[in-house]
Design a protein around this ligand. Structure first.
Ligand code: ADP
Length: 246
């Protein structure tokens, strides 16, 4: 069953008088693929920034699992609370193999500064193998990450973020620059990932949103204009006026 994992109450992000997020109420539920759409400048990126702590809220509350208040925490502390973000630009280690990249991510979870090769427990080893299968790179595990195709690099990075075992994963336009086949694989991957966590995605590609969304939030001028299934979003007159119909 889906439960509220994250709740924003009256969140304000004010950049010198410009309200990029304007007293926003917003909730994220577990086990859901949740897209955020809206015109340029609507505040979508700022929403992800304020959730992961990259940008501080000027006012309001952000609460995880109905108890942990996030607004005062630093970005690294928020990761430890269970919210991880994958940025658009890949940040994998190009010269390391696929497997080694996942090992580094595993070590970051264990201890940020311990980069010495440790012996993995069976449980850790099976977690890494599970990730390699999930992203379809098991057979490529000994290849340098730099030699992977664009889509594969993105999936590897998603797997690295998943090694943090987040309750919520934040993605910025995950299919940017991908082929049709890669987009489909990414959609399938996201659907699988959302089986036991929330995935919050900023996306412009409406075909992709339509295909994979459980819920869609439409932002406009730092506020929520509409929220519902993609079908409901597409037939809402307000949304058509400010975004889809243009
Ligand atoms: P979106 O992702 O929906 O295109 P953004 O969240 O990037 O929108 O931006 C919302 C608005 O806030 C934009 O008008 C943008 O110029 C402004 N903005 C974003 N970050 C800053 C910042 N650091 N300082 C000032 N204005 C900002």
């Amino acid at each position: 069953m889906s439960q509220t994992v994250l709740e924003l109450k009256k969140v304000l992000v004010d950049f010198n008088g410009f309200k990029a997020i304007n007293k926003l109420y917003f909730t994220v539920n577990s086990n859901s693929v949740h897209f955020v759409i809206g015109p340029n400048g609507a505040g979508k990126t700022t929403l992800l920034d304020v959730i992961c702590g990259k940008t501080k809220a000027t006012d309001g509350q952000i609460t995880l699992q109905k108890q942990r208040e996030l607004t005062k925490l630093r970005e690294d502390q928020i990761v430890h609370q269970g919210i991880s973000r994958k940025f658009q630009t890949p940040s994998i280690f190009q010269e390391l193999t696929v497997l080694e990249n996942l090992e580094v991510a595993m070590k970051q979870k264990k201890n940020l500064f311990s980069m010495i090769k440790a012996k993995w427990t069976n449980e850790q080893e099976s977690r890494i193998n599970e990730m390699l299968h999930l992203i379809g790179l098991y057979l490529a595990k000994d290849q340098p990450a730099g030699s992977l195709a664009h889509g594969q690099k993105q999936w590897l990075e998603i797997a690295m973020v998943l090694m943090q075992e987040p309750d919520i994963i934040l993605l910025d336009e995950p299919i940017a620059g991908m082929s049709k086949k890669e987009r489909n694989k990414t959609g399938e991957l996201i659907t699988k990932i959302a089986k036991n966590r929330a995935v919050l995605i900023v996306e412009h590609d409406m075909d992709f949103v339509k295909k994979y969304a459980d819920i869609v939030s439409v932002m406009h001028e730092g506020q929520l204009l509409f929220e519902g299934t993609m079908e409901q979003v597409q037939s809402d007159p307000k949304v058509r006026e400010v975004y889809l119909g243009r």
